[in-house]
Design a protein around this ligand. Structure first.
Ligand SMILES: O=P(O)(O)OC[C@H]1O[C@H](O[C@H]2O[C@H](CO)[C@@H](O)[C@H](O)[C@H]2O)[C@H](O)[C@@H](O)[C@@H]1O
Length: 371
């Protein structure tokens, strides 16, 4: 059986449907001429094609390559020329200058406009740590987010579940967009009886919750023999962490995740920082969540709004891209190393994010005092 004999009729159905139609001609396995069309159960056909090296889905080795490079794509530089690497760094910081150094320019643009603040959580408000359950924010960071929220509409946009991120942030005054924006809640308000009302605004992937729960259980079972692997249920999506897995076992982990995905064509894979993220194939991401929130706040077509999004991860690029396309507001990438990005400015780490937010609050208070 050779590659020339079997043509998968369309690439897309490989990802999305239970069966795949192929055309077959002059194959030793199916000797038919003229070409004949067959429809196969998806999983069976993919296994057959894969075992014959004939399928276009990425091989485990390319999964592992991408896991190795699992922060947002670094700028490639010549492996043998460290001067070029420095040049890359210098030209990168010129293209994406520090938001602290450019603070005056930023607030100049903000004059007379309503800033709306969007903040990613992990790697932006809290430093990246080995144990995802211990990604706490500092007291200082909590205080400054609270101040930001008192001065500007503020949302935390995260891959985590809202419950989890709320347990870290412990603030009621802000919007939360959890599960990569697939779960959006308004600030908690106390009703007349003194009870807290949590306002769910949008959940475009509600029907996926049972599927995610099932896949979490399956993956926990399938990865429990891999030391350090951890599966996190993010409600409308899930994460398979490999930060604490020995690199020698990354291929094995990828195999397990890939085998599960074959059974769930309505789920897709994305990647974050040392994490494989599995989520519904629906067209919804942090960028769409940002657009949704601006609309909910009444700024859909406003000229007088300045959305600012601060984030560190690949998934934040969807929001940076939306801002670039709107030609309104800007993204700030949190990174110590040059990376491909749609952001406009950069900050190095959560402590610089803290400083930037503080300066923004001080500027706002001062400008209100001057009015
Ligand atoms: O959108 P985010 O708020 O950035 O969430 C993305 C993922 O963040 C978390 O994982 C990352 O942070 C962990 C704690 O520092 C770290 O151990 C892990 O390696 C990082 O990938 C979170 O646990 C994931 O569920 C989110 O998808």
């Amino acid at each position: 059986m050779t590659n020339q004999n079997v043509i998968v009729s369309d690439r897309k159905p490989i990802l999305g449907s239970k069966t795949i139609t192929v055309s077959v001609s002059n194959s030793p396995l199916f000797s038919t001429s003229p070409p004949t069309y067959f429809t196969f159960p998806r999983r069976k056909l993919l296994q057959l094609l894969e075992s014959n090296n004939m399928v276009g889905t990425p091989k485990i080795s390319s999964w592992v390559d991408s896991m190795r490079d699992s922060s947002p794509t670094r700028l490639r530089s010549s492996s043998h020329d460290s001067v070029l690497e420095n040049d890359d760094k210098n030209s990168w910081i010129v293209r994406f200058p520090s938001a602290l150094n450019m603070f005056d320019e930023i607030v100049n643009v903000a004059k007379g406009k309503q800033i709306v603040m969007f903040l990613d959580y992990d790697g932006t408000l809290s430093p990246i740590v080995e144990d995802p359950d211990k990604a706490y924010i500092t007291h200082e960071m909590r205080e400054v987010i609270k101040d930001v929220a008192l001065n500007f509409p503020t949302a935390i946009v995260t891959g985590r579940s809202i419950d989890k991120v709320r347990s870290f942030v412990k603030l009621n005054e802000i919007y939360y967009a959890g599960s990569h924006g697939m779960d959006i809640e308004a600030p908690v308000k106390e009703n007349t009886c003194g009870e807290n009302n949590q306002g769910v605004l949008f959940q475009p992937a509600r029907e996926f919750v049972p599927m995610i729960e099932k896949v979490v259980k399956i993956l926990e079972e399938k990865t429990k023999w891999i030391p350090g692997a951890m599966v996190e249920n993010n409600k409308f999506c899930l994460s398979v962490h490999f930060r604490r897995v020995d690199e020698k076992r990354w291929a094995a982990l990828a195999e397990q995740v890939k085998s599960v995905l074959l059974d769930y064509p309505k789920l897709k894979l994305t990647q974050g920082r040392k994490v494989l993220e599995i989520r519904p194939t629906i067209k919804w991401d942090k960028g769409q969540a940002l657009t949704f929130l601006l609309k909910s706040l009444g700024y859909e077509n406003s000229e007088d709004v300045l959305p600012v999004y601060i984030g560190d991860d690949r998934t934040d690029e969807d929001a940076f891209k939306v801002l670039r396309e709107r030609g309104q507001g800007f993204g700030i990438l949190v990174s110590k190393v040059p990376k491909e990005t749609n952001a406009s400015y950069s900050l190095q780490d959560p402590s610089q994010v803290n400083e930037f937010l503080k300066r923004l609050v001080d500027w706002k208070k001062k400008s209100v005092g001057e009015e």
